[in-house]
Design a protein around this ligand. Sequence first.
Ligand code: NAP
Length: 439
Amino acid sequence: MKEIGIALLGLGNVGLGTYRILADHARDIERRLGAKVRVRHILVRDGGRSRPEDVPASLITRDIGTILNDPEVSIVVEVMGGLAPAKEYLERSIASGRNVVTANKALLNAHGEQLFSQALSRGVDLHFEGAVCGGIPIIRTLREALASDRVSSIHGIVNGTTNFILSAMADEGATYEDALAQAQKLGFAEADPTMDVGGMDAAQKLCLLASLAFAARVSPEQVHVEGITSLRPVDITLGREAGYVLKLLATARRLSEGLDVRVHPAFIPQASPLADVRGAFNAVLLQSAALGASLFSGLGAGSLPTGSAVVSDIIDICRNLLAGVSGRLPMLCSPYLQDVSLIPSTQRRGPYYLRFSVSDEPGVLGRIATVLGEKGVSLASVIQRPSRPEDPHATIVVFSHSAREQDVQSAVKWIDGLASTRSPTQVIRIEEGPGVLRS
Ligand code: NAP
């Protein structure tokens, strides 16, 4: 039987999951492929560290040269993370005619266009299913299955850490700080969670999805990104009373004026299929012209879920090699990508949740309502909570009708300057359009 040689760059969470799936599912993979996949080398940083017993020591190397000089290696799988030396190793692999797989969303966002162009001109595959939503086959869906369709919107819960934290706040009434500590203890959050809780991890994933869905150049620096650090259990409780669930929502929509791409906390209706996505799970809800609504959900990270995405890429590349058709899928570079204009987040139109913390005195609600009215933000409903022993300030929550974000922000800026306002107003967007619903 024909054998295809591969090398792994990295034997951490994803590298080990990839290795184990290749070993444990070897028979199935051989039957599906009509060829064997053999791991010939595994690159690591620390040559002295003891490795799991099921990984033969003879495979471990610290020298990329061993891999690039082995003519039997056809596929290089980058699961080491970071920008350097991952970028250089991928470039050298592609330059030497190797097909490559990466699960590195940060690298693809920073240098993807260059790497995809290089792969295109060299006629090799660059696959990246593991880079977005771990084991959920969303890249393949957009790159292949929906190549026939016209996607109009993507709404996703694409960061497991923040979804775990928000679920714990909703289910247990935990504070943000306690929920984060719990996520770290259970291994769902990094020691430095900034990329996750600040929304940038979700933005990197969303940009890859939006680039594929809309054949457009979209980078995280262009996107409005807000994290979850300012959210309080009271927001979740008050939203729930109004029929909403609070999520860190990644949104990309194709509108006539351009693309609307954002990552921020949002209230979504309890009837949305995304509302049921709990804990460390991820989900992406697509709307497309021919198929309509389609939902993809599963574990968005972890050794085996991400390893399964990486191995599926390896199998695809093997099939292409066996058929002599490498480089057949569109790459995220010219001529497949085009520049598009992004709609500024200030142009968003939709309803808002506004939580004001104010001094408990007569006339405050009237002043707030007047400012909102002057700015063109009309009130759909209002909740008032008097001060309590544990909170010396009164809370006023406004659910607005659809309003322009610029007007909402300008009203909030004005209200936050009033003497009666005790802390910055919490502004949460409400997303209840057809994009977040099943039909
Ligand atoms: P990890 O556990 O930290 O493992 C990294 C591996 O790469 C380690 O084996 C490390 O070697 C090796 N490595 C790092 N720098 C190296 C260098 N300069 N030279 C040689 N080897 C080096 O990372 P991970 O969680 O598996 O993540 C890998 C990639 O997958 C990242 O791009 C990440 O964003 C992506 N990803 C991860 C997940 C997940 O659930 N973890 C999900 C989706 C995507 P040592 O073992 O010697 O330290």
